[in-house]
Design a protein around this ligand. Structure first.
Ligand code: ZN
Ligand code: ZN
Length: 288
């Protein structure tokens, strides 16, 4: 493990008259900072850091990550990976080579070796935070999520391409029943859990959500808020489990209005949650 840098505190004096005096040492535990670094056209590479050491999640590329870390005088400690797609793993080898970071990823997916492979029921301790590993197959067969219940402020969830704000990942390798089961596990996390998804798909997901539930007031309010954020080029993320449970049709397959819409679109749909989910997922694939 690398030594933390000690010079960072001295470089941030706020006024010129102050600049020669060392700032008093703050002995309170520093809150971790969370930052979604945009990558490609709509990915976010999540960075969590304590002012000295950082972890990154699903780095699809390395140049932007290295530049950001250097700009903020951070040492890369750990890389977490949720699944094997290239837009989540493409930067891993270069980051490991440049920083010596420890890499942790799913047990049952092709991965850039070497790495620590983890599966459901295990946990990893990173930057003093404990992350539980949650198995969430569906988008890919071995997809995992990382959940930190004790994160300062509120719990943290890195869920890759499983849960998106207002939507969910496509089923490349799993069945509707598997994905629904995975989403149900995430939906049961505390309402204040921060949901760190890997793509900025929110507005297009919400367009679909409104087609399913035109009378959902919470959804309408959330759409207005997200439109404002995107108009200013701010991320709509992280979302929260509480918000997703109230607006995301893929978590609301038991709601009468959602069942009705699914059946109106595909009359073969039954009231069974898996049937409703399967109809929504197929419908969304072709929704414009
Ligand atoms: Zn993916
Ligand atoms: Zn992706």
């Amino acid at each position: 493990m690398k030594q933390p840098k000690s010079a960072t505190l001295q470089t941030t004096a706020k006024a010129p008259s102050d600049s020669t005096r060392p700032r008093p040492i703050d002995t309170r535990p520093d809150p971790m900072e969370l930052f979604p670094l945009p990558a490609f056209s709509d990915n976010y590479i999540w960075i969590l850091h304590d002012g000295q050491r950082a972890l990154v999640v699903d780095p699809g590329e390395s140049h932007g990550v290295l530049a950001w870390l250097e700009q903020h005088s951070l040492t890369l400690d750990t890389i977490l990976i949720t699944h094997h797609h290239a837009d989540h793993t493409g930067g891993v080898a270069a980051l490991r080579e440049a920083t010596g970071a420890h890499v942790i990823g799913p047990a049952f997916e092709p991965m850039p070796e070497p790495l620590q492979r983890v599966s459901a029921g295990e946990h990893v301790d990173v930057l003093g935070l404990r992350f539980e590993v949650i198995e969430v197959p569906g988008h890919t067969a071995g997809h995992i999520a990382f959940y930190a219940a004790e994160a300062k402020g509120s719990p943290l969830l890195f869920c890759g391409d499983t849960l998106f704000s207002g939507g969910c990942g496509r089923l490349f390798e799993g069945t509707p029943a598997q994905m629904l089961d995975s989403l149900t596990r995430l939906a049961a996390l505390p309402a204040n859990t921060r949901v760190c998804c890997t793509h900025e798909y929110t507005l297009s997901n919400l367009k679909f959500a409104q087609a399913i539930e035109p009378d959902n007031g919470a959804l309408a309010a959330y759409v207005a808020k997200c439109q404002q954020q995107r108009a200013q080029n701010f991320p709509t993320l992280p979302s929260s489990i509480g918000v997703e449970n109230s607006i995301n049709p893929f978590l609301r397959t038991a709601e009468a209005a959602v069942v009705r819409s699914a059946q109106a679109h595909e009359p073969a749909t039954t009231a069974d949650a898996v049937s409703v989910f399967a109809t929504l997922r197929t419908w969304k694939n072709n929704f414009k």
